[in-house]
Design a protein around this ligand. Structure first.
Ligand SMILES: Nc1ncnc2c1ncn2[C@@H]1O[C@H](COP(=O)(O)OP(=O)(O)OP(=O)(O)O)[C@@H](O)[C@H]1O
Length: 226
């Protein structure tokens, strides 16, 4: 469970978000460009500090401005997968995967490599991978840090349509087989339909609506998106 009650002044508005996310399966954060989706992700993973408020993950305080408490990004036990996979170019895939691996994940290495279908890539350098393969390695690297929560910020946006479809299948496997809660940022409603159990709609820096996918897809706001 992720409890969020934060404010942050941005260039064109003050970002506000006050909602507890159950984090069962995949929670999509949906909104147009500039609505504050990445700001939310970066407040959760500790790359940004709120001006006011708190965030708690499974009852663990990550930040609380009233108590002057701020847990660093490295200590949050949250993995983030960005639009750009950002692998170390001079390390082979295997070293990219094991670089920040948590000790407890050694016995799950094979399982994660299998789910993401990256075993045949382990001894290649990132330059020898396609965009979709790089993104699968980036997801594997994030999972091997043993996070309690995985954040994905538009992970498909740099990929062509066949690769998008392929990666969606792998993300679905993660939820079923690795059993990790995922917060998934997108402005693509088809990705929401395929992946998400819950959806939060962001609009001009505020939470517009939050609920299970079937009911949120009915809301007036999304009429023009369908
Ligand atoms: N560090 C910052 N300081 C001030 N303003 C910011 C900062 N980061 C983003 N903004 C502004 O805040 C607003 C929300 O940006 P954000 O990147 O969170 O939106 P987004 O929904 O993720 O957009 P996109 O889909 O284009 O990535 C934008 O108007 C942006 O210009």
């Amino acid at each position: 469970m992720l409890e969020i009650n934060v404010e942050k002044k941005l260039a064109s508005f003050t970002f506000t978000f006050n909602q507890t996310l159950s984090c069962q399966g995949i929670t999509a954060i949906l909104g147009v460009s500039g609505s504050g989706k990445s700001t939310l992700i970066n407040l959760i993973n500790g790359l940004l500090k709120p001006d006011n408020g708190f965030i708690k993950l499974n009852n663990r305080l990550l930040v609380d401005t009233a108590r002057n408490q701020f847990i660093s990004a490295q200590q949050r036990r949250i993995g983030t997968v960005f639009q750009d996979p950002l692998l170390f170019p001079h390390y082979k895939v295997i070293k990219n995967l094991t670089y920040g691996m948590h000790q407890s994940m050694q016995q799950r290495f094979d399982e994660i490599v299998k789910v993401l279908n990256i075993r045949h890539l382990l001894h290649r350098y990132p330059a020898m991978l396609s965009g979709g393969e790089k993104q699968r390695v980036a997801i594997g690297r994030a999972l091997l840090t043993n996070p309690q929560l995985l954040l994905m910020d538009e992970p498909l946006s740099a990929l062509d349509m066949p690769r998008k479809k392929e990666l969606i299948t792998y993300i679905q496997h993660l939820v079923n087989e690795i059993n990790i809660p995922i917060i998934y940022v997108t402005h693509n409603i088809n990705e929401v339909k395929k992946l998400a159990s819950q959806v939060a709609i962001m609009d001009q820096g505020s939470l517009y609506n939050y609920g299970d996918t079937a009911s949120i897809l009915q809301c007036d706001y999304l009429k023009d998106w369908l």
